[in-house]
Design a protein around this ligand. Structure first.
Ligand SMILES: CCCCCCCCCCC/C=C/C(=O)SCCNC(=O)CCNC(=O)[C@H](O)C(C)(C)COP(=O)(O)OP(=O)(O)OC[C@H]1O[C@@H](n2cnc3c(N)ncnc32)[C@H](O)[C@@H]1OP(=O)(O)O
Ligand SMILES: NC(=O)C1=CN([C@@H]2O[C@H](COP(=O)(O)OP(=O)(O)OC[C@H]3O[C@@H](n4cnc5c(N)ncnc54)[C@H](OP(=O)(O)O)[C@@H]3O)[C@@H](O)[C@H]2O)C=CC1
Length: 301
């Protein structure tokens, strides 16, 4: 009874072969949802070739949804499609699309809508950043993070909403952001972009309610995925220690929340931000990767 429902690998185990959940895990993880929950539901997931997006694609397919995934790397998408096909017998649609390119986004949303008869839920999960002190950001680096996380998400939101409006169809957008309420040193670019998405979402949740379009955000805390490759090993060792649960989340924690929001149980949730961080934001310092040396005793100026 006290066994954790979700498998949480020991973050300090050096023998683990990869960061995050394997395809075998994603095919077999227990879910609280009934297996036909999303029968007939159509879901587009950006960044679905790895990490949380991949977990969402697995779970949505297991629950009966018709799923499309997009990303810049065809191999990752194809591998995910094949693994889900093998596990569920369902066909996942793949689009090699860079969300920073509005024309490509427009073409993808038109095609997937035409092929399926219409999208029900758009999950904007594609994104990322690199850790760096803000004072050292290059213009190109700043632009890359803003263009991906803010502009790319917006092109997807606007195009989906335009299509729903012209089709007279209801729709739901779920934006995966980050837990940025107190800021996050070495991630100022992503904090700026994610705060932008959160307040864009709150605003259009109101503007688009007359079109029967809902918009919500999920703010993950530290969730172990392949994306951790971006962070130095020393920082990774400290991520879970900055959490009151002394744990990292995993992609399934986020995938199950997405399925809840996509289900009829969430029909009256709009303009909200749901944080999944094991309480990290309520506790401790804002540096998940460890505090700078100048906080050491005697080191402060
Ligand atoms: C020391 C640890 C401190 C902890 C910091 C706190 C943050 C903790 C957050 C923990 C929770 C969050 C976790 C995650 O989100 S994990 C999953 C996310 N996945 C990723 O981030 C991977 C994807 N990321 C990217 O693809 C890129 O970061 C990017 C978003 C920028 C993609 O853009 P693009 O494809 O255009 O990227 P390029 O490689 O071409 O780079 C463009 C320019 O960006 C600058 N850059 C890129 N990488 C770095 C780097 N590692 N350091 C410094 N600058 C970087 C650079 O200017 C690039 O231009 P150049 O290549 O010409 O130099
Ligand atoms: N893991 C964590 O602790 C946290 C993650 N997040 C955010 O959650 C989301 C998922 O992260 P996670 O699963 O961990 O990381 P991953 O790096 O595994 O996933 C990010 C995905 O986004 C895709 N992507 C990136 N840029 C673009 C682009 N321009 N166009 C299309 N696709 C793109 C990547 O594929 P490709 O490179 O092939 O395009 C990749 O599949 C990201 O936005 C991340 O920043 C937020 C808070 C915490």
């Amino acid at each position: 009874m006290n066994e954790p429902r979700i498998f949480r690998p020991d973050p300090d185990d050096p023998t683990r072969s990869q960061r995050g959940l394997t395809e075998q895990d994603l095919a077999a993880m227990p879910t609280v949802f009934r297996s036909d929950l999303l029968d007939g539901h159509v879901m587009l997931i950006s960044g679905g070739g790895s990490g949380m997006g991949k977990a969402m694609a697995f779970l949505a397919s297991r629950l009966g949804a018709t799923v499309a995934i997009c990303g810049r790397t065809a191999e990752k998408l194809d591998r995910t499609r094949d693994a889900i096909g093998e596990a569920t017998g369902r066909t996942v649609h793949c689009y090699t699309t860079n969300i920073r390119e509005p024309e490509a986004v427009e073409a993808m949303i038109a095609d997937f809508s035409d092929v399926t008869g219409g999208i029900d839920t758009l999950v904007n999960n594609a994104g990322g950043q690199f850790p760096q002190d803000a004072i050292d950001f290059t213009r190109k680096g700043w632009n890359a993070v803003i263009d991906t996380n803010l502009n790319g998400t917006w092109w997807m939101m606007q195009e989906a909403a335009r299509r729903w409006r012209s089709d007279g169809r209801k729709g739901h957008i779920i934006n995966i952001v980050a837990n940025v309420e107190r800021g996050m040193p070495q991630a100022a670019h992503t904090c700026a972009a994610r705060a932008g998405v959160i307040y864009l979402s709150k605003t259009v949740a109101t503007e688009w309610a007359p079109h029967d379009i809902r918009v919500n955000c999920i703010g993950p805390g530290v969730i172990e995925t392949e994306g951790f490759a971006m962070y130095p090993e020393e920082a990774l060792k400290r991520f879970h220690k900055a959490n009151p649960m002394k744990a990292r989340g995993n992609a399934w924690d986020v995938a199950e929340q997405v399925m809840y929001l996509a289900s009829p149980a969430a029909d009256f949730i709009n303009g909200d931000l749901i944080i999944i961080d094991g309480g990290q934001a309520q506790w401790g310092v804002v540096w998940p990767g460890g505090m700078p040396d100048y906080f050491d005793e005697g080191g402060a100026a």
